[in-house]
Ligand binder design. Structure first.
Ligand SMILES: Cc1ncc(C[n+]2csc(CCO)c2C)c(N)n1
Length: 230
């Protein structure tokens, strides 16, 4: 028993390059690299992001996070074992605490009006991503929910971990820190190793369905950044 547990922890901290998650990512190029090296993220990392762009991005992202949280809840419900439900439930706390206070403080600093915090007009890119998350939440199995969660979290870990740059504004610096700290790194490592584990039990059709979703979600991430840049 003890030995098994240890193996699980090791697997969760180093997903490697041969599992299902790596397979999915490799087949989602060139979009994957376009997301994690997007000019929007360059500007965030080097401190040159104009407030106007950051504001419109965060207003839309707050709406995204609402649906993301519902998707996490679906993952708790659909998981195939108790230890997975526990790990997923733990991540919900992050979204509802640190992440939420960040949004409130950033909105205050940027002077975002109440109407844009609670009921903004949604960009087409936000709507498409929201629909993908809602459809996966309502109709997908555990593997499909994990697939969409993994794209959303892993792309963020990759862009935020790209450079040690530390912009002066807390609005920029904290947004980077939220996605590059050790807790976030191990959460993404867990998600990937979970997707690798679940992927092993899928048949070819199910794997193909996950691949399509992974590619769609990656494209959604790309369009989301581009909507606040071009
Ligand atoms: C478009 C878009 N895609 C992914 C994320 C990443 N993300 C979504 S919720 C959350 C906190 C849970 O750990 C994180 C990191 C984002 N914010 N916006």
């Amino acid at each position: 028993m003890g030995g098994e547990r240890e193996e699980e922890v090791v697997a969760a901290t180093s997903p490697g390059t041969t599992g299902f998650s790596s397979w999915l990512r490799a087949r989602s190029e060139p979009d994957w690299t376009a997301v994690v090296e997007h000019p929007f993220t360059d500007a965030l990392l080097d401190g040159s992001m104009p407030d106007e762009y950051m504001s419109s991005y965060l207003v839309q992202d707050y709406q995204f996070v609402d649906d993301f949280l519902a998707l996490l809840g679906a993952a708790v419900a659909k998981a195939d074992r108790y230890s997975s439900r526990l790990a997923l439930a733990g991540s919900i706390t992050v979204v509802t605490s640190e992440e939420n206070t960040y949004f409130q403080r950033a909105f205050d600093a940027l002077g975002i009006p109440e109407s844009d915090r609670v009921d903004p007009e949604l960009d087409p890119a936000t709507v498409v991503f929201r629909d993908l998350m809602r459809d996966t939440r309502d109709n997908g199995g555990y593997a499909e929910v994990l697939t969409v969660l993994t794209v959303a979290e892993w792309t963020y870990l990759e862009w935020a971990g790209r450079a040690p740059a530390k912009p002066d504004s807390f609005v920029h610096a904290e947004w980077i820190a939220l996605h590059s700290n050790p807790g976030f790194q191990s959460w993404v490592a867990w998600l990937r190793s979970e997707l690798d584990r679940v992927g092993e039990g899928l048949d070819e059709r199910e794997r193909a369905r996950c691949l399509r979703l992974f590619q769609q979600a990656t494209k959604c991430e790309l369009d989301f950044f581009t909507a606040h840049w071009d």
